[in-house]
Design a protein around this ligand. Structure first.
Ligand code: UDP
Ligand code: MN
Length: 292
């Protein structure tokens, strides 16, 4: 669509009016109620920093109806996608590869064609400030992966919804699979010139700072870390797996978590949002369900 025809709607926010660009959205994914907790905190963090874009979440049938209600109070759009619905020939090929299931679900973001441009963010990310400038970037923009910097990390990326791209991705997945078994391997093979073709498509690392990478290059974190815009809690232990003391507002560490100071302060930020904004919503809807 031509930029001049961009759909805009004015919404009242306190005493100010801000313009919402209705043809662009932040998109996340949650395939179960557990990941929904992450999606909700991410969505709330984008709201807290007054994004001028829509918020969309993709879910699968597993997500409970109560959780869907809560999602609807934070996100503008809650879209159910089926783990395996797609172009039929590709679907058959993919059925032979059950390991690609979750990967495949993320690819559904390309079907949101009522948006002209989107920023995908993993449910385990958190924004620390307004990051709407990401929409100035083109498909396919992403930040380097801290484990192998010639690959991008697929936790934050800029893309243009397109059924053509979606079908090409499915076809590619069926033919080549994914070298890491997940969406990141697949997307890196598909957008294979990312490392070399256009530096404008390299998002700065501060747009996808993996909290665990902080301690692999401490001086760099001390130098640049204050500018962090997006934290990504990648890895097996997610913020919602920690225990949090609501009274002291501290994340509790058990023997297995080698929490560094910065990691803990990012976790505390996540938990602040969860306890202040998300828990009350979850409790409200739980009460409503009980009284039904
Ligand atoms: N995801 C999901 N359910 C799952 C696994 C993953 O909804 O069971 C989604 C969620 O948005 C998540 C993203 O896929 O953030 C990528 O997975 P994850 O963040 O766990 O991988 P990591 O970033 O740790 O490699
Ligand atoms: Mn992640």
């Amino acid at each position: 669509r031509h930029p001049a025809q961009r759909a805009e709607s004015k919404v009242a926010l306190g005493s100010e009016n801000i313009y919402i660009l209705t043809d662009q959205a932040f998109v996340t994914l949650a395939t179960d109620d557990v990941y929904c907790q992450g999606a909700l905190v991410l969505g709330q963090s984008l709201r807290n920093h007054t994004t001028s874009r829509k918020l969309a979440v993709l879910i699968t049938p597993e997500v409970s109806s109560g959780m869907r209600s809560v999602l609807r109070s934070v996100f503008d759009e809650v879209t159910e996608v089926d783990a395996l619905d797609s172009a039929d020939s590709v679907r058959l090929a993919l059925l032979q590869r059950p390991e690609l299931g979750v990967t495949f679900t993320k690819l559904h973001c390309w079907t949101l064609t009522h948006y002209s441009k989107c920023v995908f963010m993993d449910a385990d990310t958190l924004v620390l400030c307004n990051v709407d400038e990401l929409f100035d970037r083109e498909e396919f923009s992403a930040a380097p992966d801290s484990g192998w910097p010639d690959c991008f990390n697929s936790g934050v990326f800029v893309f243009r919804p397109s059924l053509k791209t979606y079908n090409l991705l499915l076809q590619f997945a069926a033919e080549h699979g994914s070298f890491d078994g997940g969406d990141q391997g697949l997307l890196n093979s598909f957008f294979s010139n990312w490392a070399t073709a256009d530096i404008g498509k390299h998002l700065p690392f501060i747009y996808n700072l993996s909290s665990s990478a902080v301690y692999t290059y401490v001086p760099a974190f001390h130098h640049f870390g204050r500018d962090t815009k997006v934290v990504h809690f990648l890895g097996a232990t997610k913020p919602w797996n920690y225990k949090y003391n609501l009274q002291t507002k501290r994340v509790m560490q058990d023997g297995t978590t080698s929490g560094s100071f910065h990691q803990l302060s990012f976790l505390a930020l996540w938990w602040n949002i969860y306890s202040a904004s998300i828990l009350p919503l979850l409790e409200k809807f739980q009460k409503m369900e009980e009284s039904e």
